[in-house]
Design a protein around this ligand. Sequence first.
Ligand code: CTP
Ligand code: CA
Length: 218
Amino acid sequence: TEVETPDRSLAGRHVLVTAGPTREAIDPVRFLSNGSTGTMGFALAAAAARRGARVTLLAGPVRLDTPPGVERVDIVSADDLLEAALAHADADLVIAAAAVSDYAPAAPSDRKLKKGEGDLTLALRRTPDVLATLGERKRDGQTLVGFALETHDGETHARNKLERKNLDWIALNVQGEAGAGMGSATNRVTLIGRDGARVEIPTASKAAVADAILDAVA
Ligand code: CTP
Ligand code: CA
Protein backbone atom coordinates (compact mmCIF):
# COMPACT_ATOMS: atom_id res chain seq x y z
CA THR A 1 0.00 0.00 0.00
CA GLU A 2 1.10 3.54 -0.70
CA VAL A 3 1.00 6.21 1.95
CA GLU A 4 0.77 9.75 0.64
CA THR A 5 3.26 12.18 2.10
CA PRO A 6 1.41 15.20 3.40
CA ASP A 7 2.20 18.43 1.54
CA ARG A 8 3.90 20.70 4.13
CA SER A 9 5.22 23.09 1.49
CA LEU A 10 4.00 26.19 3.37
CA ALA A 11 5.66 25.31 6.70
CA GLY A 12 7.29 28.41 8.19
CA ARG A 13 5.24 30.76 5.99
CA HIS A 14 2.65 33.28 7.13
CA VAL A 15 -0.47 33.41 4.94
CA LEU A 16 -3.06 36.18 5.28
CA VAL A 17 -6.51 35.54 3.81
CA THR A 18 -9.45 37.95 3.67
CA ALA A 19 -12.90 36.39 3.29
CA GLY A 20 -16.61 37.09 3.28
CA PRO A 21 -18.57 40.30 2.86
CA THR A 22 -18.29 43.54 4.77
CA ARG A 23 -21.19 45.41 6.32
CA GLU A 24 -21.38 49.19 6.19
CA ALA A 25 -23.77 50.68 8.74
CA ILE A 26 -26.69 52.84 7.66
CA ASP A 27 -28.05 53.00 11.20
CA PRO A 28 -27.85 50.64 14.23
CA VAL A 29 -30.10 48.02 12.58
CA ARG A 30 -29.34 48.36 8.85
CA PHE A 31 -26.34 48.01 6.60
CA LEU A 32 -25.07 47.80 3.02
CA SER A 33 -23.54 44.44 2.15
CA ASN A 34 -23.43 41.73 -0.52
CA GLY A 35 -24.10 38.01 -0.92
CA SER A 36 -20.61 36.69 -0.26
CA THR A 37 -20.70 33.51 1.86
CA GLY A 38 -16.96 33.42 2.56
CA THR A 39 -16.66 29.84 1.28
CA MET A 40 -13.78 30.43 -1.15
CA GLY A 41 -11.70 32.38 1.38
CA PHE A 42 -12.28 29.84 4.16
CA ALA A 43 -11.33 27.03 1.76
CA LEU A 44 -8.08 28.86 0.96
CA ALA A 45 -7.30 29.38 4.65
CA ALA A 46 -7.98 25.70 5.36
CA ALA A 47 -5.83 24.56 2.44
CA ALA A 48 -2.91 26.80 3.48
CA ALA A 49 -3.11 25.52 7.07
CA ARG A 50 -3.07 21.91 5.83
CA ARG A 51 0.18 22.74 4.04
CA GLY A 52 1.71 23.87 7.31
CA ALA A 53 1.39 27.66 7.01
CA ARG A 54 0.61 29.96 9.89
CA VAL A 55 -2.71 31.33 8.65
CA THR A 56 -4.49 34.51 9.67
CA LEU A 57 -8.05 34.67 8.36
CA LEU A 58 -9.76 38.08 8.39
CA ALA A 59 -13.42 37.15 8.21
CA GLY A 60 -16.46 39.28 7.53
CA PRO A 61 -19.81 38.21 8.98
CA VAL A 62 -20.35 34.66 7.69
CA ARG A 63 -21.82 31.44 9.04
CA LEU A 64 -18.78 29.21 8.70
CA ASP A 65 -16.66 27.29 11.20
CA THR A 66 -13.05 28.33 11.60
CA PRO A 67 -10.84 25.81 9.77
CA PRO A 68 -8.47 23.78 11.99
CA GLY A 69 -5.22 25.51 12.82
CA VAL A 70 -6.35 28.92 11.52
CA GLU A 71 -6.19 32.14 13.53
CA ARG A 72 -9.47 33.95 12.78
CA VAL A 73 -10.06 37.66 13.26
CA ASP A 74 -13.66 38.79 12.75
CA ILE A 75 -14.25 42.13 11.08
CA VAL A 76 -17.42 43.95 10.09
CA SER A 77 -16.67 46.95 7.87
CA ALA A 78 -14.13 47.79 5.18
CA ASP A 79 -12.47 50.17 7.63
CA ASP A 80 -12.11 47.29 10.16
CA LEU A 81 -10.68 45.08 7.44
CA LEU A 82 -8.06 47.65 6.50
CA GLU A 83 -6.97 48.04 10.12
CA ALA A 84 -6.72 44.27 10.63
CA ALA A 85 -4.92 43.75 7.31
CA LEU A 86 -2.33 46.42 8.10
CA ALA A 87 -1.60 44.61 11.38
CA HIS A 88 -0.67 41.49 9.36
CA ALA A 89 0.72 43.16 6.23
CA ASP A 90 4.09 41.40 6.62
CA ALA A 91 2.60 38.03 5.56
CA ASP A 92 4.54 36.05 2.95
CA LEU A 93 1.40 35.34 0.94
CA VAL A 94 -1.74 37.49 0.93
CA ILE A 95 -4.92 36.17 -0.67
CA ALA A 96 -7.77 38.68 -0.81
CA ALA A 97 -11.01 36.79 -1.28
CA ALA A 98 -13.21 39.22 0.67
CA ALA A 99 -16.06 40.95 -1.12
CA VAL A 100 -15.39 44.38 0.31
CA SER A 101 -18.12 46.97 -0.02
CA ASP A 102 -16.83 49.75 -2.28
CA TYR A 103 -19.09 52.36 -0.66
CA ALA A 104 -20.34 53.06 2.85
CA PRO A 105 -22.98 55.47 4.11
CA ALA A 106 -21.16 58.78 4.55
CA ALA A 107 -22.92 59.67 7.79
CA PRO A 108 -24.38 56.59 9.51
CA SER A 109 -27.11 57.49 11.97
CA ASP A 110 -26.63 56.48 15.60
CA ARG A 111 -30.42 56.29 15.94
CA LYS A 112 -32.72 54.08 13.89
CA LEU A 113 -33.93 56.03 10.87
CA LYS A 114 -37.67 56.61 10.80
CA LYS A 115 -39.39 56.51 7.44
CA GLY A 116 -40.89 59.64 5.99
CA GLU A 117 -43.49 60.27 3.29
CA GLY A 118 -41.02 60.64 0.46
CA ASP A 119 -38.08 58.70 -0.92
CA LEU A 120 -34.72 58.55 0.79
CA THR A 121 -31.33 59.36 -0.71
CA LEU A 122 -28.24 58.00 1.01
CA ALA A 123 -24.92 59.77 0.56
CA LEU A 124 -22.12 57.21 0.16
CA ARG A 125 -18.37 57.55 0.57
CA ARG A 126 -15.70 55.38 -1.02
CA THR A 127 -14.25 52.80 1.36
CA PRO A 128 -10.50 52.15 1.48
CA ASP A 129 -9.16 49.62 -1.03
CA VAL A 130 -7.52 47.13 1.31
CA LEU A 131 -5.71 45.10 -1.32
CA ALA A 132 -4.46 48.17 -3.21
CA THR A 133 -3.12 49.53 0.10
CA LEU A 134 -1.20 46.27 0.67
CA GLY A 135 -0.03 46.46 -2.96
CA GLU A 136 1.47 49.92 -2.37
CA ARG A 137 3.55 48.54 0.49
CA LYS A 138 4.39 45.17 -1.01
CA ARG A 139 7.79 44.01 0.16
CA ASP A 140 10.37 41.87 -1.66
CA GLY A 141 9.46 38.21 -1.59
CA GLN A 142 5.83 38.86 -0.76
CA THR A 143 3.13 37.44 -3.03
CA LEU A 144 -0.23 39.20 -3.40
CA VAL A 145 -3.24 37.42 -4.88
CA GLY A 146 -6.55 39.12 -5.62
CA PHE A 147 -9.91 37.93 -6.81
CA ALA A 148 -12.00 39.51 -9.51
CA LEU A 149 -15.64 38.49 -9.70
CA GLU A 150 -16.94 39.90 -12.94
CA THR A 151 -20.18 39.71 -14.91
CA HIS A 152 -18.72 41.05 -18.19
CA ASP A 153 -15.36 41.77 -19.87
CA GLY A 154 -13.74 39.69 -17.11
CA GLU A 155 -10.32 39.34 -18.68
CA THR A 156 -9.88 43.09 -19.21
CA HIS A 157 -11.15 44.04 -15.75
CA ALA A 158 -9.02 41.36 -14.07
CA ARG A 159 -5.82 42.48 -15.83
CA ASN A 160 -6.55 46.10 -14.92
CA LYS A 161 -6.92 45.12 -11.25
CA LEU A 162 -3.69 43.12 -11.37
CA GLU A 163 -1.84 46.25 -12.51
CA ARG A 164 -3.70 48.82 -10.46
CA LYS A 165 -3.28 46.94 -7.16
CA ASN A 166 0.30 45.79 -7.83
CA LEU A 167 -0.67 42.08 -7.57
CA ASP A 168 1.26 38.97 -8.57
CA TRP A 169 -1.84 36.97 -9.42
CA ILE A 170 -5.51 37.57 -9.94
CA ALA A 171 -8.15 34.85 -9.83
CA LEU A 172 -10.96 35.65 -12.23
CA ASN A 173 -14.36 34.11 -11.74
CA VAL A 174 -17.48 34.90 -13.64
CA GLN A 175 -20.72 35.59 -11.79
CA GLY A 176 -23.64 34.21 -13.75
CA GLU A 177 -21.72 31.23 -15.08
CA ALA A 178 -23.15 27.89 -13.84
CA GLY A 179 -21.11 26.41 -10.99
CA ALA A 180 -19.06 29.54 -10.34
CA GLY A 181 -18.98 32.63 -8.19
CA MET A 182 -20.85 33.86 -5.14
CA GLY A 183 -23.20 31.42 -3.44
CA SER A 184 -22.03 28.45 -5.52
CA ALA A 185 -20.48 25.39 -3.83
CA THR A 186 -18.15 25.04 -6.80
CA ASN A 187 -16.05 27.54 -8.69
CA ARG A 188 -14.24 27.94 -11.98
CA VAL A 189 -11.25 30.21 -11.92
CA THR A 190 -8.80 31.58 -14.44
CA LEU A 191 -5.58 32.58 -12.69
CA ILE A 192 -3.71 35.37 -14.42
CA GLY A 193 -0.12 36.07 -13.41
CA ARG A 194 1.82 39.32 -13.54
CA ASP A 195 4.45 37.59 -15.70
CA GLY A 196 1.85 36.54 -18.29
CA ALA A 197 1.14 33.09 -16.83
CA ARG A 198 -2.37 31.77 -17.27
CA VAL A 199 -3.76 28.80 -15.36
CA GLU A 200 -7.25 27.46 -16.08
CA ILE A 201 -8.73 25.72 -13.05
CA PRO A 202 -11.74 23.68 -14.20
CA THR A 203 -15.03 23.68 -12.27
CA ALA A 204 -14.51 21.90 -8.94
CA SER A 205 -15.40 22.20 -5.26
CA LYS A 206 -14.05 25.38 -3.68
CA ALA A 207 -11.72 23.15 -1.58
CA ALA A 208 -10.21 21.67 -4.76
CA VAL A 209 -9.99 25.10 -6.38
CA ALA A 210 -8.22 26.42 -3.26
CA ASP A 211 -5.60 23.65 -3.56
CA ALA A 212 -5.11 24.40 -7.25
CA ILE A 213 -4.67 28.12 -6.50
CA LEU A 214 -2.03 27.35 -3.85
CA ASP A 215 -0.25 24.98 -6.25
CA ALA A 216 0.06 27.85 -8.74
CA VAL A 217 0.89 30.82 -6.50
CA ALA A 218 2.91 29.37 -3.61
N1 CTP B 1 -10.65 44.63 -2.52
C1 CTP B 1 -10.17 45.13 -1.33
N2 CTP B 1 -10.70 46.29 -0.81
C2 CTP B 1 -11.70 46.94 -1.45
C3 CTP B 1 -12.22 46.42 -2.66
C4 CTP B 1 -11.65 45.26 -3.18
O1 CTP B 1 -9.26 44.54 -0.74
N3 CTP B 1 -12.20 48.05 -0.92
C5 CTP B 1 -10.04 43.42 -3.09
C6 CTP B 1 -10.96 42.22 -3.17
O2 CTP B 1 -10.85 41.42 -2.00
C7 CTP B 1 -10.46 41.49 -4.41
C8 CTP B 1 -9.90 42.59 -5.28
O3 CTP B 1 -9.67 43.71 -4.41
O4 CTP B 1 -9.38 40.63 -4.10
C9 CTP B 1 -10.79 43.00 -6.40
O5 CTP B 1 -12.06 43.34 -5.89
P1 CTP B 1 -13.17 43.87 -6.90
O6 CTP B 1 -14.39 44.25 -6.15
O7 CTP B 1 -13.31 42.85 -8.00
O8 CTP B 1 -12.44 45.14 -7.52
P2 CTP B 1 -12.63 46.69 -7.32
O9 CTP B 1 -11.25 47.26 -7.37
O10 CTP B 1 -13.42 46.99 -6.11
O11 CTP B 1 -13.39 47.12 -8.63
P3 CTP B 1 -14.95 46.99 -9.06
O12 CTP B 1 -15.74 46.53 -7.86
O13 CTP B 1 -15.33 48.33 -9.56
O14 CTP B 1 -14.97 45.93 -10.16
CA1 CA C 1 -15.49 46.12 -5.67
